[in-house]
Design a protein around this ligand. Sequence first.
Ligand code: FMN
Length: 205
Amino acid sequence: MTTSVKVAVIYYSATGFSAEIAKEIAQAAEKAGAEVRLRKAAELAPEAAVASNEAWAAHAAASAGVPVATVDDVAWADAVIFGTPTRFGNVSSQLKQFIDTLGGLWAQGGLANKVYSGFVTTATAHGGQESTLLALYNSIHHFGGLIVSPGYTDPVKFIDGNPYGTSHVDAQGDNPINDETRDAARHQAERVVQVAAALHTGLAA
Ligand SMILES: Cc1cc2nc3c(=O)[nH]c(=O)nc-3n(C[C@H](O)[C@H](O)[C@H](O)COP(=O)(O)O)c2cc1C
C-alpha cells in the first residue's frame, strides 16, 4: 500500500496481554507497508514486585529482548500506537512515565501533526477500557496530535465493540488474545497506516 510511513508501537505490559496485541499491530502495520518499531516502556516496579507474581516475572523474562522505547522512537515516527493495561481505569504508570519523557520533544513542536492511536487490556468487562483510552488521548490533544481511533469503520468493530481502540478482557488471566481482538488490532493498524500515509503525503506537498 505505502512504503514511506513510519509507525512506532509503544506499549507497557506486565503479564503479556498488551504485548500480544502490540505484536499483532506491529505485524499488521508492516504488512500494510509501514516501517515499524516495536518498543516497550521501561519497567518501574521493584524487581521484588515483579518476581512475586509468576505471570509478571515470566513475561519480563520473555520480553527481555524487546527494545525499550526512547524519545527518538517518537521523533522518528509518523504514527505512534500506544498500548497499556488499565490501572484502575487509567494508563499504567510505566507508559505514562514514558509519555512524560516527551516534554523536550513537545517543546520543540516534535509531537504535533503525527497520527496517534491506542489499545488497552483489562481483567474485566467494563473494567475501564474506554476511560483508559480517553485518558491516554488527553495527552494527544496536548501534543497537537491527530487521534485516529478505529470507530466503527469496519465490520470487525461491531464484534469487538470498542470504537476508541482495540481492547481485550483477559478474565483474570484466563482469556488469551483471541481472533476477535486480533481482527480489531489488524484493522486499527491498517487504518493508522492508511491515514498516516495520506497525512504524510499531504504535509510533504
Ligand atoms: C494495580 C492494578 C490495577 C488494575 N486495575 C484494573 C481495573 O480497574 N479494571 C480491570 O478490569 N483490570 C484492572 N487490572 C488488571 C489489568 O489491567 C489486566 O489484567 C490487563 O489485561 C493486564 O495486561 P498485561 O498482561 O498487558 O499486563 C489492574 C491490574 C493492576 C496490577
